[in-house]
Design a protein around this ligand. Sequence first.
Ligand SMILES: Cc1ncc(C[n+]2csc(CCOP(=O)(O)OP(=O)(O)O)c2C)c(N)n1
Length: 563
Amino acid sequence: MSELLSGAQIMCRSLVEAGVEVMFGYPGGAIMPFYHALPEYPALRHILVRHEQAAAHAADGYARASGRVGVCVATSGPGATNLVTGLATAHMDSSPVVAITGQVSRAMIGRDAFQETDVVGLTLPITKHSYLVQDVTELADVVAEAIAVAQEGRPGPVLIDVPKDVQSQKAEYRPLRTPAAAARGRAPGASDNSGSLPEGVRQAVALIAAAERPLLMVGRGVILAGAYAEVRALAEQTGMPVITTLLGISAFPECHPLHLGMPGMHGEVHVNRAIQQADLIVAIGLRFDDRVTGNTAKFAPRAQIVHVDLDRAEIGRNVRVAVGIVGDAREVVRRLVAEVEPRSCGRWLEEIRGFTRTRRDLYHDGLSPEAILTALYEVTGGECTIVSDVGQHQMWVAKLYPYQRPNTHITSGGLGTMGFAVPAAMGVHMARPTETVWAISGDGGFQMNMAEIATMVQERLPVKLAIFNNGYLGLVRQWQQFFHEKRYSHTPILSPDYVKLAEAYGIPGRRVSRAAELTETLQDASAERGPVLVEFVIEQEANVFPMIPPGGSLSEPIEAAPV
Ligand SMILES: Cc1ncc(C[n+]2csc(CCOP(=O)(O)OP(=O)(O)O)c2C)c(N)n1
């Protein structure tokens, strides 16, 4: 049975049939037919954002929290270009986002028409695929295929650019060729290597058995594959201490005795020392980002590396690898668990404990990030998802809050996009409507997308907004302090009165500047049913320690500010 529908109706219908339930977007001229059709499809909830960048981040947040595809919509030209940062963010962190953009009508393409931008050309390097749909009869298949492509293998963003006249054209609607409900996500562990036991697994098993100082290093691939139980079983069966990268945080419970912490530029001293002493690193679902390795020539000089990744191109790209295993983390780790002989690493663990220093960061006065995050953990009991922005607070949020439950820490790790947290948290809320969601930003990043408070109010999205206000673009100020002779060039940043700002949007706003006020304020904020804003006034020149200087070796941390 077929029926005659407009291209716009076909797009909506295809989204519904693929299982999409929510999208974030902003209308405009070239996407008008799509918005005209949208009310006919009540199964599609559309959230009107205040800036298209927020639509892309919200879709990304939704995808990260749900494991399903996140959808964002924009018009041509400025609407489409505003999506670009969000798509690049999703691309760097392997997040399955589908962006739908309107385009000028086919006859106008290539003529510098009003609001014409070659968004396919712009986004090719930051998407898995970008489609320009020139034929309405292809629309249904393209939508279904885009959703499948975004999720299969290593996930990532896909863009569908649809000229306005194609949205208006009528065509027979045929049921999709691609299986329905593609947007419901790939089954964790689904992979194309389920057949033979890879030779790499056998080699990895032998290396694990022989190693004296092995480490298990866990990245976002473990979260994407839902390989929590498998990784924990591998750690427990072998006694290998576990390191979680920034994007691997919450892939392994931090209360577990084998958990060590975060590596890299702002990683713990004992974690980086362990890496430098290790004779084997079993790395699962990570890409050896330079923020993790520091100077690669000096990274883990004694270690052989086993690298498990779904993306063949990542293996051997940044570090020399002894054994590469291409496959889904869950599947590969399950096989490792089945093959590996039980062992323990007691002496090695003891050695690492010896590296640990119970140093406290020095805060001179006012609220310490440690006090804030400790209180937040006490008040939430860990029962929330935390979405962080980018900067010093991101590192504190990564290191000072003990994540226990899977996938409860969400951040822009690869692109490091300031302005991510507030809109991404809206997407996380849509994916986990019964869970508390905290967006934690600096005063710089918060001001980039704070207009989304209006979206939260209009759409009733009860996100809890926290601002670590130090009056600076803190992380850049820290670099200026350490490496640019304290020349604080354009890093002092003025903020509005956030309590009044909250009031202007009609939401509760609180300012905390003393540790004694923390618990009660956080309890009040937790009890709020709608969005709420809490500003933490922290010490202006607090620093994140330790720090590996850019391009430096993990063996040479900076542990104090220059005098
Ligand atoms: C969109 C964007 N612009 C610039 C940067 C560079 N940058 C990284 S951290 C940072 C400072 C962030 O300041 P703030 O949001 O106040 O957070 P804090 O470091 O003080 O916690 C800047 C400017 C970035 N990461 N993203």
